[in-house]
Structures are given as structure tokens and as C-alpha cells.
Design a protein around this ligand. Structure first.
Ligand SMILES: [Fe+2]
Length: 155
């Protein structure tokens, strides 16, 4: 039985659960895609982008943990299984093999743009049912916007 209670129930709870789960999938897959590119990038900007990608991985992992634990605190099970990610991710998957630095930068910028847009939808959706969750999503959106800017600026 579920021993974890929380302030939400019914439709409010399911709305917030959906927003948190979608954000968790975005962030965990962001950490995987960024690592894949960290390992496979080639080109004259190798070093700076290689290092920048690891900063992005660290950020994605930290926020993923916050989101998952927010879900748990509300009595909602976070699902970060690889099978769930594979089924539900909205992130473009990198090709297998070496990837040119310019393509890495463009792909990551696009991925961050998509995550930022989905976060905005979730910020709207959580406004009424749970401002505390909305606050977490707003903080994440600020960081994702900043990362998007820093990748776009290298295009
Ligand atoms: Fe590394």
C-alpha cells in the first residue's frame, strides 16, 4: 500500500503528476543525450563543447532529482526507467558515431528549446493545482533558458 500522503488529490494530483513525469523524462534523457555527445563530439571546438556538455549533464541530473523527489513527496511514483524513457522521450536522438561540433551545438540548442517550451506549458498547467511544483518548474525553466542561450550563441 502507498504510505506517502500529500496535499493533492483527484484531477489536481494527476495534472501535477503528468507535469512532473514529463519533466523527469525530459531531464533524464537530456543527461543521456548530452553524455552521448560529450563522448562522440569531434571538431575544432571539441574541448569547450565537451566540457560544456558535462556542465549540462550535471544540471540536468540535479534538476531531475528535484523533480522526482517532488513527485514522491506528493505521493506520485517517479518513473525514470530506461524502458519508460525510450517510450516517452520527446528528445531527438543523436546518430550513432562521431558528431561534428557544429551539429552537436545545433542539436542541443534545439533540444533545449523544446524542453523550454514544454516547461512553459507545465508552468501554466501547475499554476492552479500546485504553485509549489510550479515554483520548481520555473526555476528549471530559468536554467534551461540560460543553457539554450549559451549553445545558441555558438551557432
Ligand atoms: Fe567525461
Amino acid at each position: 500500500m502507498a504510505p506517502i500522503t500529500g496535499p493533492l488529490s483527484g484531477e489536481a494530483k494527476s495534472t501535477v503528476a503528468e507535469c512532473l513525469q514529463g519533466t523527469l523524462v525530459d531531464l533524464v534523457d537530456l543527461s543521456l543525450v548530452a553524455k552521448q555527445m560529450h563522448w562522440n563530439i569531434v571538431g575544432t571546438n571539441f574541448r569547450s563543447v565537451h566540457l560544456q556538455l558535462d556542465e549540462l549533464v550535471a544540471l540536468a541530473r540535479e534538476h531531475a532529482d528535484t523533480v522526482a523527489e517532488r513527485a514522491a513527496a506528493l505521493g506520485v511514483n517517479p518513473d525514470g526507467r530506461s524502458s519508460t524513457l525510450a517510450k516517452s522521450t520527446k528528445l531527438a536522438q543523436p546518430e550513432n558515431g562521431w558528431i561534428e561540433d557544429g551539429k552537436v551545438v545545433a542539436t542541443i540548442a534545439d533540444i533545449l528549446d523544446g524542453i523550454g517550451r514544454r516547461l512553459r506549458e507545465r508552468i501554466e498547467a501547475t499554476d492552479e493545482p500546485d504553485p509549489a511544483t510550479q515554483d520548481i518548474l520555473i526555476a528549471i525553466a530559468q536554467d534551461i533558458d540560460k543553457e539554450r542561450w549559451m549553445f545558441q550563441a555558438q551557432r
